[in-house]
Design a binder for this molecule. Structure first.
Ligand code: ATP
Ligand code: LTN
Length: 332
């Protein structure tokens, strides 16, 4: 396919803690699969991370860790544009303009805003505007597709609403982005609480919650061993049995088998056998990522150069959209 006809993709992950298997299956794994067919922009969204308080030294380290994990998971900087959001000032510039066309009521309805605001002693204006910045990321690159986990569906829909409103007010400007969810693993649950989404900010302060991509095998085994199941015995994909279904889903992701094959494999077995098998599968599945990460960690200069080049490549695309938007609004 000729370069010009390739569809554009944008997605990002916040450097807000240790990446976990949900970030991999919900996002990264699907990014890796499309880096040849599409024109991909994969971002480390540090401006999103500061919508809740972050320790500066931890944030700085987190940005590098996420960048290294992109590579360790198979993102190839020669085939995609990967960069740090704050290295391109156009994100914040477009965000401000979009802030001025977005009704506050749209933002107050966002479920992520409501749950994150409830957990903060003081809610920043940035936390409310978070999805506008996300819309700016996507629209700046005129992305056709946004591969994310289920929790981000509402934000991508909002980005479409914002694009539609801008286009109506100022003339056709933005491409309408589409959300792309994985068929399996769009919402992995916490192992300590299978009613809640596995989340990296929770993973940072609660052992037993997440399967982190860099956890050593003994920690993974322990976390899975302690996973909350239920009082039954049945090992089946059943939406009413959240804990067991979550473990089975993780097993399915790691082994690539069908649900039917997995159910027949575990027929007649107890939860201890299930957990042992899930732990073996997860350990093998994550091993290459952890190994590649430690190789990459040994050459710190490399990632800086990858990120510098990524920001440079993103520049002309971002500048072109921002220039058009600025002109249409009547600024400058
Ligand atoms: P935080 O707790 O800081 O909000 P997070 O773990 O929710 O972090 P994000 O940076 O918000 O992670 O998300 C990065 C990507 O991973 C998004 O595409 C998101 O949809 C996806 N994702 C996050 N958690 C899960 C999950 N439990 N299952 C599947 N996908 C997930
Ligand atoms: N809010 C997203 C991260 C994010 C993003 C984006 C995802 C910021 N900008 C643009 C897709 C496209 C999250 O996963 N919490």
């Amino acid at each position: 396919m000729a370069f010009e006809t390739r569809k554009r993709v944008f997605s990002g992950i916040q450097p807000s803690g240790n990446l976990h298997i949900g970030n991999y299956t919900g996002a990264l794994r699907n990014w890796v699969r499309q880096q040849d067919e599409r024109d991909c922009f994969f971002c480390i969204v540090d401006l999103h991370a500061i919508t809740v308080p972050q320790e500066p030294a931890v944030l700085r380290q987190g940005i590098r860790e996420v960048a290294l994990l992109y590579l360790a998971c198979g993102i190839d900087p020669a085939r995609v544009t990967m960069f740090v959001q704050s290295h391109r000032p156009e994100h914040a510039q477009l965000c401000w303009i979009l802030d001025c066309v977005t009704p506050v009521g749209w933002l107050e309805r966002m479920t992520q805003y409501k749950s994150k605001a409830a957990a903060q002693a003081s809610v920043s204006a940035g936390l409310l505007a978070y999805p506008v910045l996300q819309a700016a990321d996507i629209l700046l690159y005129q992305a056709d597709y946004v591969p994310v986990g289920e929790d981000q569906r509402q934000h991508v829909e909002l980005a479409r609403d914002i694009a539609g409103r801008f286009n109506r007010l100022f003339g056709e400007t933005f491409v309408m982005p589409q959300v792309e969810l994985p068929a399996v693993g769009a919402r992995i649950k916490g192992l300590d609480d299978p009613t809640a989404k596995m989340s990296k900010s929770v993973a940072g302060h609660k052992a037993g919650h997440a399967l982190r991509l860099l956890d050593p095998p003994d920690v993974l085994r322990k976390t899975i061993g302690r996973a909350v199941t239920d009082s039954g015995r049945e090992i089946r994909f059943n939406p009413e049995r959240l804990g067991v279904t979550n473990l089975l889903t993780i097993y399915q992701l790691c082994t690539g088998q069908t649900q039917a094959a997995i159910e027949s494999q575990f027929e007649g077995q107890g939860y201890a056998g299930l957990k042992r098998a899930v732990a073996d599968a997860v350990i093998e599945y994550l091993r290459p990522i952890r190994e590649r990460y430690s190789e990459l960690e040994a050459e710190p200069g490399y990632i800086d150069e990858v990120l510098r080049q990524g920001a440079e490549r993103a520049g002309p695309v971002a500048a072109e959209t921002l220039e058009m938007v600025t002109e249409r609004v009547g600024l400058g």
